[in-house]
Design a protein around this ligand. Structure first.
Ligand code: C2E
Ligand code: MG
Ligand code: MG
Ligand code: MG
Length: 278
C-alpha cells in the first residue's frame, strides 16, 4: 500500500518536474524570436505625488504575450533572458518603446510623464547602453530628463567600477537614475555617494510590513531620512493599503507607487485617467 502511494507520489512529482523543465526550455528557445515577432508589450504603473495626487511618472513593466502560453510575467522570463543573452535585445526594445511612448505623449498631449525603465546587469555590461540611449534621444528628440533608468544595488555591486562609470556617462546625457528595490542589497552610504543618483525606491517587501513590523518600520524611516539628507527623491513601492499610506505620509515620504493607486496600466488607460489632450 505504502509502496503504491510512494510510486504514485513520485509519478506526480516527476511529471510536474518535467512540465516545469519543458516550459522553461520552450521559453528559453522562443525568447530568441520574441522581439522579432513583436510579442512583448509594456504596461505603465503610475507614480503619484502624495501632496496633490498628481502623476509624477510611470514605470514601464514588460509583459510577454506568448503565442501558445499566453501572457508571461517578467519574473519568469527576465531571468531566462539574462541567462541566454536575449535580455540585451529585449532591453533595447523596451528603451525604444518607452522613448516612442514619450514622443507620442508629447505630440498628442503637449507633455509626457517621466517614464522609468528597468535595466538588467547584463545590459549594463554587454549592451552598448550609452550609445543606444543617446541615439534614441537624438532620433526621437525627446528631453533626456523624461527618461529614467532603474538599476538595483545588486547590479552596482556586481560590477562596481564599470557601473559607476556607465551611470556617470548616462547622467551626462541627462537621463534620470534611480535605485530600485532599495534596502534589499548591501550598498553602503559610501557607495551611494559615488553614484549620480536622482531617486531611491523603497522595496515593497518593507512597505508590505508597515505599520506593525518594527524592523521594516525602522528601515523605511531610515531610507526616507537618508534620501532627504542626500538630496535624493524617494518613492515607496508596493503601497496597497490606507494604513501603509498613512504611515508613509507621517514619515514624510513624498512619492508612491502601488496597487492602492493603480496596477500597471495600458498606455490608453494612462491617457484616459491622467493626461489631457492639448
Ligand atoms: P520592479 O521593477 O520592482 O517592479 C515592481 C513590481 O511590483 C511590478 O511587478 C509591479 O507590478 C509590482 N507591484 C507594483 N505595485 C504593487 C503592489 O502594490 N503590490 C504588489 N504585490 N506588487 C506590486 P512586475 O510587473 O511583475 O515586474 C516584476 C519585476 O520584473 C520588476 O520589479 C523588474 O525587476 C522586472 N522587470 C519588469 N519589466 C522589466 C524590463 O523591461 N526589463 C527588466 N530588465 N526587468 C523588468
Ligand atoms: Mg523597477
Ligand atoms: Mg522594485
Ligand atoms: Mg526589480
Amino acid at each position: 500500500h505504502a509502496k503504491a502511494k510512494g510510486r504514485n507520489g513520485y509519478a506526480i512529482f516527476k511529471s510536474d518536474m518535467e512540465a516545469v523543465i519543458m516550459r522553461r526550455q520552450t521559453l528559453e528557445n522562443d525568447l530568441h524570436k520574441a522581439v522579432y515577432n513583436n510579442e512583448f508589450f509594456l504596461l505603465y504603473q503610475p507614480q503619484i505625488n502624495g501632496t496633490d495626487s498628481n502623476l509624477l511618472g510611470v514605470e514601464a513593466l514588460i509583459r510577454w504575450n506568448h503565442p501558445e502560453q499566453g501572457i508571461i510575467s517578467p519574473l519568469e522570463f527576465i531571468p531566462i533572458a539574462e541567462e541566454n543573452g536575449t535580455i540585451v535585445d529585449i532591453g533595447n526594445w523596451v528603451l525604444e518603446k518607452a522613448c516612442q511612448q514619450i514622443k507620442f505623449w508629447i505630440d498628442e498631449y503637449g507633455s509626457s510623464p517621466v517614464i522609468s525603465v528597468n535595466l538588467s546587469a547584463i545590459q549594463l555590461i554587454h549592451g552598448n547602453l550609452v550609445e543606444t540611449i543617446s541615439n534614441l534621444l537624438d532620433s526621437t528628440k525627446i528631453p533626456a530628463e523624461l527618461l529614467e533608468l532603474e538599476v538595483t544595488e545588486t547590479l552596482i555591486i556586481y560590477e562596481e567600477k564599470r557601473s559607476i562609470e556607465l551611470l556617470k556617462a548616462l547622467k551626462k546625457i541627462g537621463v534620470r537614475i534611480s535605485i530600485d528595490d532599495f534596502g534589499t542589497g548591501y550598498s553602503s552610504l559610501n557607495h551611494l555617494k559615488k553614484l549620480p543618483l536622482d531617486k531611491l525606491k523603497i522595496d515593497r517587501t518593507f512597505v508590505n510590513d508597515i505599520p506593525g513590523d518594527p524592523d521594516s518600520e525602522t528601515i523605511v524611516k531610515t531610507i526616507i531620512r537618508m534620501s532627504q539628507d542626500l538630496g535624493l527623491e524617494v518613492t515607496a513601492e508596493g503601497v496597497e493599503t490606507e494604513e501603509q499610506l498613512e504611515f508613509l505620509k507621517e514619515e514624510r515620504c513624498p512619492q508612491f507607487q502601488g496597487y492602492y493607486f493603480d496596477k500597471p496600466l495600458s498606455p490608453m488607460v494612462i491617457q484616459d485617467k491622467y493626461l489631457e489632450k492639448k
